[in-house]
Design a protein around this ligand. Structure first.
Ligand code: ADP
Length: 267
């Protein structure tokens, strides 16, 4: 199993452009093994940040994207029938707690609250995980840390973390990077030149002004990278921005027209 956990180690340094003091703050939180919430819009770099941190700490990173159909068994594990009979399989949370990985639960509010409470005993000073079905109590490995991400923009009253969950964590806010930094990221990740990257970032920044006024979210860094990669591949900027940015983000034709206007203003 130790070999399996090593499969989650990140060997090469992930490209990550810090946007503030987030790396030092996170390292301090890790020294205390403080459970952490990464808050911010989708596609702004939270997952990449975790990959970078895991590489820097040389700890395995086990990531799980949460959804509303997820059950406690998807987190902790289950008995499965195989050729040898009924065999227990650790879930990602159990694996991380047992062998000392960082467990990253992406979009944790998507999980039902009865699933989320599973993490409670791991997030206070007990650091334990009871596996009721197996009759086992795991004391988390000293290296284990729990990290969750969530996007405050999407939350409704019915979909939010309970106070009793939130208050167990420290939190870091993530935003889209400043224009110059975001432009560097787009150049690096998509291979376009500075001028194209700066234009894509300009369009994104206009779209972010429409947040709450027809758009749930602005165009993310991830979308800019997709558009940049298409342009690099020879697709015209208009077609690339339509495919990767303005069409996926909304179905509202008026808003699409407004976004197309931004594209035309830059290209
Ligand atoms: P999130 O987890 O917030 O949804 P990601 O971490 O997947 O977003 O970011 C999407 C993409 O944007 C990444 O794959 C990476 O290419 C790029 N990216 C965003 N922010 C950064 C950053 N600060 N440094 C390097 N790359 C970044």
């Amino acid at each position: 199993m130790i070999e399996n956990i090593n499969a989650y180690l990140i060997k090469d340094e992930p490209y990550y452009q810090p946007t503030g003091g987030e790396v030092d703050l996170f390292m301090a939180a890790y020294r205390l093994r403080m459970p952490m919430i990464l808050k911010g819009p989708t596609g702004c770099g939270k997952t990449r940040f975790m990959e970078y941190i895991a590489w820097k700490l040389q700890k395995p990173l086990i990531t799980l994207a949460c959804n509303e159909d997820m059950t406690a068994s998807d987190l902790v594990g289950r008995f499965l029938l195989d050729a040898d009979g009924t065999v227990w399989h650790d879930g990602p949370l159990t694996l991380a707690a047992r062998y000392g990985a960082i467990c990253y639960l992406d979009e944790v509010v998507e999980a039902r609250q009865d699933t989320t409470v599973i993490i409670h005993p791991l997030t206070d000073d007990r650091r334990i995980l009871p596996l009721d079905k197996r009759g086992e109590l795991i004391h988390a490995h000293p290296d284990f840390q729990l990290v969750v991400s969530y996007n405050p923009g999407y939350q409704s009253v019915t979909k939010d973390l309970k106070q009793s969950t939130k208050q167990r964590f420290g939190a870091l806010d993530f935003h889209y990077p400043d224009a110059a930094v975001e432009s560097n990221i787009v150049c690096h990740e998509s291979g376009v030149g500075d001028d194209i990257a700066a234009k894509l970032v300009g369009i994104a920044s206009c779209s972010r002004g429409l947040r709450g006024r027809g758009l749930e979210e602005g165009i993310s860094t991830r979308m800019l990278i997709h558009a940049g990669a298409l342009i690099r591949d020879g697709i015209s900027p208009h077609a690339a921005c339509g495919l990767a940015m303005t069409r996926p983000i909304t179905d509202d034709v008026d808003i699409q027209r407004a976004l197309d206007g931004f594209v035309t203003a830059y290209f």
